[in-house]
Design a protein around this ligand. Structure first.
Ligand code: PLP
Length: 412
C-alpha cells in the first residue's frame, strides 16, 4: 500500500464526497459552506446541473480528440464563443490544461513574437509551479527554493502595495512606476524585454488589487518600448471580481490574456488569447500538449459561458461581493488582529497583523481552522500566509454570505 506524499498536505482534514452549489458534503454527510471554490475554480457552483449535463452528454460521444491530429466541434465552438467575452483585438485563442501551462504559453509567445529574452514580473506575483511559471513567481520562497537553477531573464519590480506601508494608493503607484523605470534602466533594457506579466489582483500574493494609474503606466511603457502586456487572469477571470475580466476595472487592454480556473467549472482547461497577428508569430508544434483543449472540458466551458450569462453571475459577484466586503469590514472594525480587508467582487482577503504590525500567519491559520470546524471552508494566502481569503462560487446568495459572516465573526 502506498502512502500519500507530504506534497498532498490539505488545509483542512475534510474528505469530501459531493458538492452542490456553494456547499460541499463530507463522507459523513456533514455540510460545509465552500468559500474556497476549489481555489476560485467552481464559479458556477459545484456540479451545476447544466455543466454536468453538457459534460455527461459529451463524455458519451467522445472523451479525447487530440487537436494536433483531429479537431473537435466543442473546441471550435468555444473558440468562436470566447469572442463574445474577450476584449478587442484579442481574437485568437490557444488551449491547454492548467494555469501554469497557459502562463508558459504566454511566455513563449512573448519571446517568439518579440525576439527578446526577458520579462518583468511584480512583487507578490504568482504564476504557477512549472519551472518557467515558478521563476516568474515572487509571492513566497516556498515556490522557488530548492530547485534552482530557475529560468533566467526574469526581472522583478514593485507592485503598488499601499497597505504595507500605510501609504495612499497614489504614492504607492508613483513609487512602483519609478522603480519600474529604474528596473528598465538598470536590470533589463527595454530592447531586451519581451513582456510585463501582471495579475490585475495579486492572488496568492495576498489579494491586492492593482489600480488604473498603475496599469495605465504599464500600458504606456509597454507601447513606448514594444513590450507586450501579458495579463494573468487565471484567478481574476470569469466574473470573479465583479467584471468579466479583472483588467476591466483598470481601463487597459492586454496584448496577451491568460485564463484558466473559472473557465470550465472544474474541468482542467486553460487558454491564452492574443490578436491574430501576434499569435501568428508562434509556430505550430512550439506549444501544446497531449491533453490541451480536452473535448469534455470544452463542452463544460461552453455550458459555463451560458450559466454565467443566464444567471447574471458577474453582476452577482459585484453585488453579493459588496455585501460580503461590507460585512467583513464590520467584523474587522471589532477585530484588532485584522489590519485590512481588500479585494474586488467575490475575491476578498482579510489580512492579519500582530499589535506590532508584523504579519500574523498563526492567527490567520487558527481562524481558518476554526471556521472549518464550524462548517465554513476558507484558505490563507499572501507572501507571509497571513491573509484569509474568501472566494465563494459566484452563485453564492446574500443569505449564504450572512451565514458565512456569522461563522467568521465567531472565530476571529
Ligand atoms: N496564475 C495565477 C494568477 C494563479 O492564481 C494560478 C493558480 O493559482 C496560476 C497562474 C497557476 O495555475 P494552475 O495551478 O492551474 O497551474
Amino acid at each position: 500500500m502506498a502512502s500519500l506524499s507530504p506534497l498532498l498536505k490539505q488545509a483542512t482534514p475534510v474528505i469530501v464526497e459531493r458538492g452542490e452549489g456553494v456547499y460541499l458534503y463530507d463522507e459523513d454527510g456533514r455540510r460545509f459552506l465552500d468559500f474556497t471554490a476549489g481555489i476560485g475554480v467552481t464559479s458556477t457552483g459545484h456540479c451545476h446541473p447544466r455543466v454536468v449535463a453538457a459534460a455527461q452528454e459529451q463524455i458519451g460521444k467522445l472523451i479525447h480528440g487530440q487537436y494536433t491530429t483531429v479537431m473537435h466541434r466543442p473546441l471550435l465552438t468555444l473558440a468562436e464563443r470566447l469572442g463574445e467575452v474577450l476584449p478587442e483585438p484579442l481574437d485568437s485563442v490557444f488551449f491547454s490544461n492548467s494555469g501554469s501551462e497557459a502562463v508558459e504559453a504566454a511566455l513563449r509567445l512573448a519571446r517568439h513574437a518579440t525576439g527578446r529574452p526577458n520579462v518583468v514580473v511584480f512583487h507578490g506575483s504568482f504564476h504557477g509551479r512549472t519551472i518557467g511559471a515558478a521563476s516568474m513567481t515572487t509571492s513566497g520562497t516556498k515556490f522557488r527554493a530548492g530547485f534552482s537553477p530557475i529560468m533566467g531573464g526574469v526581472a522583478i519590480s514593485p507592485f503598488p502595495t499601499a497597505h504595507r506601508y500605510g501609504w495612499d494608493e497614489a504614492t504607492a503607484t508613483e513609487f512602483a512606476l519609478r522603480e519600474l523605470d529604474y528596473v528598465l534602466a538598470t536590470v533589463t533594457a527595454p530592447a531586451e524585454t519581451a513582456a510585463f506579466v501582471i495579475e490585475p489582483v495579486l492572488g496568492e500574493g495576498g489579494y491586492v488589487p492593482a489600480n488604473p494609474a498603475f496599469m495605465a503606466g504599464l500600458r504606456e511603457r509597454a507601447d513606448k518600448h514594444g513590450i507586450l502586456l501579458v495579463v494573468d487572469e487565471v484567478q481574476t477571470g470569469w466574473g470573479r471580481t465583479g467584471r468579466f475580466w479583472g483588467h476591466e476595472h483598470f481601463g487597459v487592454t492586454p496584448d496577451v490574456l491568460v485564463t484558466a480556473k473559472g473557465l470550465a467549472s472544474g474541468f482542467p482547461l486553460s487558454a491564452i488569447a492574443a490578436s491574430s497577428d501576434l499569435m501568428a508569430k508562434a509556430w505550430p508544434g512550439s506549444q501544446g500538449g497531449t491533453y490541451g483543449g480536452n473535448v469534455v472540458a470544452c463542452a463544460a466551458a461552453l455550458a459555463t459561458l451560458d450559466v454565467i450569462a443566464d444567471e447574471k453571475l458577474v453582476d452577482n459577484a459585484r453585488d453579493v461581493g459588496a455585501t460580503l466586503e461590507a460585512g467583513l469590514n464590520k467584523v474587522a472594525a471589532d477585530t484588532p488582529a485584522i489590519s485590512d480587508v481588500r479585494g474586488l467582487g467575490l475575491m476578498l482577503g482579510n489580512e492579519f497583523r500582530t499589535a506590532d504590525g508584523e504579519p500574523d500567519a498563526a492567527t490567520a491559520a487558527r481562524a481558518q481552522q476554526e471556521a472549518a470546524s464550524r462548517g465554513l471552508l476558507l484558505l490563507t494566502c499572501g507572501p507571509f500566509g497571513n491573509v484569509v481569503r474568501m472566494i465563494p462560487p459566484l452563485v453564492v446568495t446574500e443569505q449564504q454570505v450572512d451565514d458565512a459572516l456569522e461563522i467568521w465573526s465567531g472565530v476571529v
